[in-house]
Design a protein around this ligand. Structure first.
Ligand SMILES: [Zn+2]
Length: 660
């Protein structure tokens, strides 16, 4: 088989639950996978979870779980989320699986034998958020990690290093000559990074500090660095090195990522491939962030919209459509509930849903639900066909370039024109005049167009397209062998008929499909309108009810729930007033890693009286942004009419000591 398409998402780090950013990447991958299947490609779509590393071990401990229990739980949540969003992946990879660990150890040993690694003592600024040493350029003017807004920790330890600098010239040359990274401004960004010498990549972590990882096969005192482990999933997933078919997929490998993980994918990974003598991947597709207010939707900063909640409220297809329609691939986009509702009402309900609904119900009322034969085509009918075909051609051109927003807009011009065509031809008036032949031809034309819209949109709107295929008795052939598709169908009211015909994108321009004489079924409104005002009011009512319930009954928590709260002793290293906020102090604490805590205690404490004091903090509180500063914990204090007092341990304890 020469037509293959291999698409991957990043494997998601299980220190957070699935959020909108994860959902976006995965929906893009799913849409591309479906698009290429309909083009007759053999598609392999890989997703999964990244389960090793510092942060995972810490998160498990904070919840009183073993790392294994913790990662099993979160990996299942990811799988369930993708099932509910209709994600039709081929394989779900986990970095803690034996299959993957064997590949990682094989690669480590191969590169070690080739002399690519060396042991060295290293000291430097380590960011626990990034799980790596930072270069001076990666710190802001206050000495904080630019991504995490947190102070790094100074560490000194012996580790194995990978000399990336040796391959910088090769990589620069390769990326200059080949358009591997898309959109191209990300390629420019990488080429800029390659102007400066590359620091060696630390590929190990001493087990004394971290044991939750894959052991180095050549040194039992170390586990491998989480990124080195993670990137290799793209090889494991297609059967490297044992299954010979992996190379066929590899030659067509496309990796989708968000821009925060550009460096590992565009620098570390290509160099790893080069040293393994594996050809470069075909494409790296890089997207921007969904912004919520001014915060990015990424794993470290919280502020998360749950994709499941969104899809349960508005519908899977509706959320998929909005995400693909409102982000220009590569750039950041602002997430907005009212834009989402507006897309549902204007594009889906008014334009597309209404076209389908009025056509099918008219057919049922006036033609007993049977597709009429063709009459003679008028210039208007031909103009309609031409516009529909042009919209579809533009859609097919833009979609594989990942310009989903343009592709959908082009198709929507055709859908809107179909509504104009109906209004102009006014079949309801002509039926009264008894002109069934003319009306039949117009309807016939529109139904074929609806079939083509549903087929073209199947990658974006799988549920509603399946419903329409069922109503029109047509079914794409590439769907028949996808077993996981049955996860999508339940929300559609129809069962795919066994006599269904086989379709592929070739049928987009077949105006004789579905055939005259085919009996069609009505399918109710595909996209119910959302009343924005009512919806927002309802939300407020539910919130108010939740609050009232909380107030009514005494709230007991279990010992397990209490143990989930990570209370620790923290030593105040530095304190200062926050400019422009009278009540706030910014503290730098050690617990024992360095953190920033923003606390509303400025009315009661001077910054200097806190420095050197030990306090108690809630260490696993979701980080929050206060006055532009990220607060990574909450300090405990008691307050009454006489003011506020912070809680301090009665005797000095080591920073980081557990409180319970
Ligand atoms: Zn960081």
């Amino acid at each position: 088989m020469d037509k293959r398409f291999y698409i991957t998402t990043p494997i998601y780090y299980v220190n957070s639950l699935p959020h909108l950013g994860h959902a976006y990447t995965t929906i893009v991958a799913d849409a591309l996978a479906r698009f290429y299947r309909l083009q007759g490609y053999e598609v392999f779509f890989l997703t999964g979870t990244d389960e090793h590393g510092d942060k995972i071990a810490k998160a498990a401990e904070a919840q009183g779980k073993t790392p294994k229990e913790f990662v099993d739980e979160v990996a299942n949540i990811f799988k369930e989320t993708w099932d509910k969003l209709g994600i039709n992946y081929s394989y779900f990879i986990r970095t803690t699986s034996d299959k993957h660990k064997r590949v990682v150890q094989h690669v480590l040993q191969t590169l070690f034998d080739k002399g690519e690694f060396y042991l060295d003592e290293y000291e430097g600024n380590y960011c626990y958020g990034c799980e790596r040493f930072l270069t001076p350029k990666e710190l802001d003017e206050k000495g904080l990690c630019k991504d995490h807004k947190a102070p790094p920790v100074y560490l000194k330890e012996k580790n194995y290093f990978f000399n990336l600098e040796k391959y910088r010239g090769w990589l620069k040359d390769y990326l200059t000559k080949n358009e591997v990274i898309y959109p191209s401004f990300y390629r420019e960004e990488v080429l800029n990074l390659l102007e400066e010498p590359l620091p060696p990549l630390c590929i190990s972590r001493p087990k004394t500090r971290l044991s939750w990882g894959t052991e180095l096969p050549f040194d039992k005192d170390y586990v491998t660095y989480v990124w080195f482990d993670a990137l290799l999933n793209y090889l494991t997933g297609i059967g490297y090195p044992d299954d010979p078919s992996w190379q066929d997929y590899w030659a067509n490998s496309h990796h989708l990522i968000a821009k925060d993980i550009l460096r590992p994918h565009a620098i570390y990974f290509p160099i790893m491939l080069k040293t393994l003598e594996i050809p470069m991947y075909k494409k790296l597709f890089v997207h921007g962030y969904w912004l919520m207010g001014s915060l990015k939707m990424s794993k470290s900063l919280g502020n998360i919209v749950s994709p499941l909640e969104l899809s349960q409220t508005f519908g899977v297809d509706q959320v998929r459509y909005y995400l693909l329609r409102d982000m220009a691939f590569g750039y950041d986009a602002e997430f907005s509930l009212s834009n989402l509702i507006n897309r549902i009402n204007a594009d889906l309900a008014n334009d597309y849903g209404n076209l389908v609904n009025r056509t099918l119900s008219f057919l049922e009322r006036n033609f007993d639900g049977t597709i009429p034969p063709w009459g003679e085509l008028t210039p208007e009918d031909r103009e309609f066909r031409e516009k529909v075909e042009r919209g579809i051609i533009r859609y097919l051109e833009e979609f594989p370039r990942l310009n989903f927003h343009t592709a959908l807009e082009e198709l929507w011009q055709a859908i809107r024109f179909a509504n104009v065509y109906i209004d102009r031809e006014a079949p309801w008036t002509r039926v009264k005049e008894g002109n069934y032949q003319r009306v039949g031809t117009v309807l016939r034309n529109i139904i074929s167009a609806i079939k083509s819209f549903a087929l073209a949109l199947y990658p974006v709107l799988p549920n509603s397209s399946l419903t329409l295929f069922s109503a029109l008795s047509v079914l794409p052939s590439s769907l028949s062998d996808i077993t996981r598709t049955d996860l999508v169908i339940p929300s559609s009211p129809y069962v795919i008929p066994s006599e269904a015909m086989n379709l592929s994108f070739k049928d987009l321009f077949n105006w004789d499909l579905p055939a005259s004489g085919t009996k069609i079924k009505r399918c109710g409104p595909l996209f119910p309108r959302v009343d924005e005002e009512k919806f927002l009011k309802e939300e407020q009512r539910v919130e108010a009810k939740k609050e009232a319930e909380v107030k009514e009954e005494p709230q007991y928590i279990t010992i397990e729930e209490f143990r989930r709260i990570d209370l620790r002793v923290a030593k105040v290293l530095f304190a200062e007033k926050v400019a422009g906020a009278d009540r706030l102090l910014r503290l730098e604490v050690s617990c024992p890693e360095k953190r920033q805590v923003v606390a509303g205690i400025a009315e009661y404490y001077e910054p200097q009286e806190l420095i050197g004091k030990e306090i108690i903090i809630v260490a696993n509180l979701k980080p929050a942004k206060i006055k532009g500063l990220v607060s990574e914990g909450m300090l405990l204090a008691a307050k009454d009419a006489n003011g506020l007092a912070i809680i301090i341990p009665e005797r000095e304890k080591e920073p980081g000591a557990k409180v319970g």
